[in-house]
Write a protein that binds this ligand. Structure first.
Ligand code: FAD
Length: 171
């Protein structure tokens, strides 16, 4: 089957790229780290990717902002994978639709704080930072991780710039 051609590559504009790349469905994570005053700061991401197994390594792509500055400075962070009931968390940490909701609860499992009811969590130390155009890739070693019990809530998905809820819980 041939994909329908929706735009011409020579005239590629940001909008066409955004629309096409939004059809790559992802989960949603919240990056968390402590600022210089010891306050926890979070940012919603869907660029979280597993990079290698030996050693366990992940990557997240961040544009300049507070989280970018914190990670560049302290080199450590948590990643919390959101479940289908966590759409408010995604909005909260992307500052979209912020509606005076109380901040979600974080907990320290080992060294760094992650969301208390994440469906999976990772504690990470930055290994390399690679600037790519308007973003920076933070490549990081995973120092600890965990997951929720089988049968607990399904992941929150992001597809075509909208949230989606997977009917199947974690097997
Ligand atoms: P803040 O400091 O709160 O700044 C918000 C925005 O202002 C920045 O992202 C940037 O655009 C701009 N800004 C602030 N300071 C500067 C500066 N010094 N120079 C230039 N611009 C500046 N964002 C990502 O980077 N990567 C992702 O993978 C990603 N995935 C997302 C997925 C979803 C589903 C959603 C809803 C959002 C996603 N975002 C992603 C957006 C991100 O969650 C928000 O931009 C969030 O506010 C970033 O937090 P922050 O503390 O880093 O930024």
């Amino acid at each position: 089957m041939t994909a329908k051609k929706l735009s011409v590559s020579e005239d590629l504009d940001g909008q066409s790229f955004r629309q096409a790349v939004s059809l790559f469905a992802t989960g949603i994570g919240v990056i968390s780290s402590e600022d210089e005053d010891g306050n926890i700061h979070g940012a919603t991401v869907n660029s979280f990717t597993s990079i290698s197994l030996e050693p366990p390594t992940i990557m997240v792509s961040l544009k300049p902002g507070k989280m970018h500055s914190i990670l560049a400075q302290n080199g450590c962070f948590g990643v919390s994978i959101l479940g289908e009931n966590h759409q408010d968390y995604s909005a909260y940490f992307s500052r979209r639709d912020f509606n005076d909701a109380p901040p979600p609860e974080f907990t320290k499992r080992h060294a760094y704080k992650t969301l208390a009811d994440a469906i999976a969590w990772f504690e990470c130390r930055v290994d390399k930072m690679v600037d790519v155009n308007d973003h920076t890739l933070f490549i990081a070693k995973v120092t600890a991780c965990g997951r929720s019990e089988p049968g607990s809530q399904a992941p929150l998905l992001f597809f075509a710039s909208k949230y989606h809820h997977n009917p199947s819980p974690i097997a």
